[in-house]
Design a protein around this ligand. Structure first.
Ligand code: GAP
Length: 513
């Protein structure tokens, strides 16, 4: 995936000519189109389908007290440990989780071996309950898991180190157990605003976009005359100094979030939590990547300010992983900002004739993780008849970076001019490409590799009958289509309205009852 994204202009390592920068990436000519289409799909699903959701675009820099109030200065930490021999730094929790993964692997290997040995008569549940080796591994797993959870809950750094020592976890580079103590590391990037001479102010690059919404709650509510329940949506960059940054754009140091905070009456938050949980899953599934690739992961351990939380996970090539979080954040954030700013942040509810601090349901999805899930599920290597192979991206046409590529069969006889004429008919509504180089077969392959749903070939007959050959990406079938019908053909396939209908039906409005 990494190689394909680079070769076809989706994602490049940041500042690659200087050997790149860890966990920072640039989106190329096709990547940015796909990313913009994802953002458009999300933004419109919030602001068009809901007349009580509006958007904002807050600054990345915020007053530093914002982050004190939100809890990020004191508690947005990862536990770190260094290996003295390799000088490599690790997240202590990740080392222990990897260890848990290894024990699970051992159990799975025992089960696989037994399944092979016993064939059809194999009873997996019984085997797991009775096999002494599996039971021994399971006991080890359960004890380690319980100890690890407790250490994390208690923020007990000494105990985390002790677990690493007791489990004899070694540094993957040096192979030694020469570990430092575990210490907390804040994930926020800091910089300074103003010149140092006249007292620069320490500020942070925002680690989430949500706080820009909370501090603007009153501005939007009052100027927009918003009535509860209502939501504020925002798309923007966020920054985290991730220690273990891996799996390509899954965990980055600079990434993009699409967040919506939905403000509700106290006591009604769990009803709205369920509503948004269901709505967001429908949004994902409407793309048609495969319903079986999604699952909820409800949080057992909640942040102190949350009273419900769930993740929507997607089946990536490296397992089910969080793509989106839906959180019932109570009135924590607004109350904290009221406390730290000294301003009253309340809503007067005319129906109840009372003022209160609204409760909040948050939906928070990473654009880059969404990008990765779409790309991973779209990428196919296909064996064709005649021994040929092709790489194709079966992207949902609404998200495809290029919707159609117009190709003159040859570079002469007036065919390029005719092709340009067709481009002009389409280009203001759809991202369209033009390609006249190499054989038609090679041109098809290039478009397959970036997921273009339609290739339009102009041949000599086109000059007489105004018809072109349309070749469909997924089936590779070809049709003869009149030039006047091309616009409708493409519009129908790439219309986001089709997806919105799948989510909310023909009413095209999310029921807020
Ligand atoms: N405001 C809530 C919040 O930020 P989060 O679970 O920390 O919650 C929300 O982040 C989403 O942002 C995640 O589900 C993920 O899609 C994305 N995200 C978080 N950290 C990321 C990172 N380092 N790289 C890419 N995406 C990330």
């Amino acid at each position: 995936m990494v190689a394909h994204c680079k070769e076809y202009g989706f994602v490049f390592p940041s500042s690659e000519i200087y050997d790149g920068l860890g966990a920072v990436y640039d989106y190329g000519q096709n990547g940015v189109e796909l990313k913009n289409n994802i953002k458009r799909y999300w933004w419109d699903s919030m602001t068009l389908l809901h007349e009580n959701i509006v958007g904002i675009d807050a600054a990345i820099f915020m007053h530093p007290t914002t982050w004190k109030a939100s809890g990020h200065v004191d508690a947005f930490n990862d536990p770190l440990i260094d290996n003295r021999d390799s000088k490599k730094r690790y997240r202590a929790d990740v080392l222990i989780e990897d260890q848990l993964g290894k024990i699970e692997e051992k159990i799975n290997k025992e089960v696989e071996k037994a399944a092979k040995r016993f064939g059809d008569s194999f009873d997996e549940a019984m085997f797991r309950q009775t096999n002494p080796r599996v039971l021994e591994h399971q006991k080890h797993f359960d004890e380690l898991h319980a100890r690890y959870k407790k250490a994390m809950n208690d923020s007990d750094l000494a105990e985390l180190k002790q677990i690493i020592l007791d489990e004899e976890i070694v540094c993957p580079i040096s192979g030694t157990r020469n570990w430092t103590d575990v210490r907390q590391f804040n994930l926020m990037f800091q910089t300074e605003m103003g010149s140092t001479a006249d007292g620069a102010m320490k500020i942070y690059l925002r680690p989430e976009t949500a706080q820009g919404i909370f501090v603007n709650f009153l501005n939007v509510q009052k100027t927009g005359r918003m009535k509860i329940p209502f939501g504020i949506a925002q798309i923007g960059k966020a920054f985290r100094n991730e220690i273990v940054a891996r799996q390509f754009v899954f965990r980055m140091r600079e990434f993009e979030q699409m967040e919506m905070q939905f403000f509700v009456r106290p006591g009604e938050e769990l009803k709205w939590f369920e509503h948004w949980k269901a709505f967001r899953l429908k949004w994902h599934k409407a793309l048609g990547l495969g319903d079986e690739k999604y699952r909820y992961h409800d949080h057992e351990k909640l942040a102190h300010y949350a009273n419900a939380a769930t993740d929507i996970e997607f089946l990536m090539p490296f397992g089910f992983k969080e793509v989106e979080g839906i959180h019932s954040r109570t009135n924590f954030d607004l109350s904290q900002h009221a406390k730290y700013s000294g301003k009253k942040i309340e809503y007067f509810d005319p129906e109840l004739n009372q003022s209160y601090t609204p409760y909040v349901i948050e939906t928070s999805i990473g654009v880059d993780r969404m990008f990765l899930s779409v790309m991973c599920s779209a990428y196919k290597e296909e064996q064709l008849e005649g021994g040929d192979t092709r790489v194709v991206l079966n992207l949902p046409p609404v998200l495809a970076p290029v919707k159609a590529c117009v190709m003159p069969l040859v570079k002469k006889d007036g065919l390029p001019e005719k092709a340009r004429e067709i481009m002009n008919l389409l280009k203001f509504d759809f991202k369209t490409a033009y390609d006249e180089k190499d054989s038609i077969g090679k041109r098809y392959r290039r478009q397959d590799a970036i997921g273009t749903p339609f290739c339009i070939t102009v041949d000599h007959d086109t000059l007489n009958d105004n018809c072109v050959t349309v070749r469909y990406r997924d089936t590779m079938k070809q049709d003869r289509v009149h030039i006047n019908d091309l616009h409708a053909l493409i519009a129908n396939a790439v219309d986001m309205k089709q997806l919105y209908k799948k989510i909310v039906g023909d009413s095209m409005e999310d029921s807020m009852e």
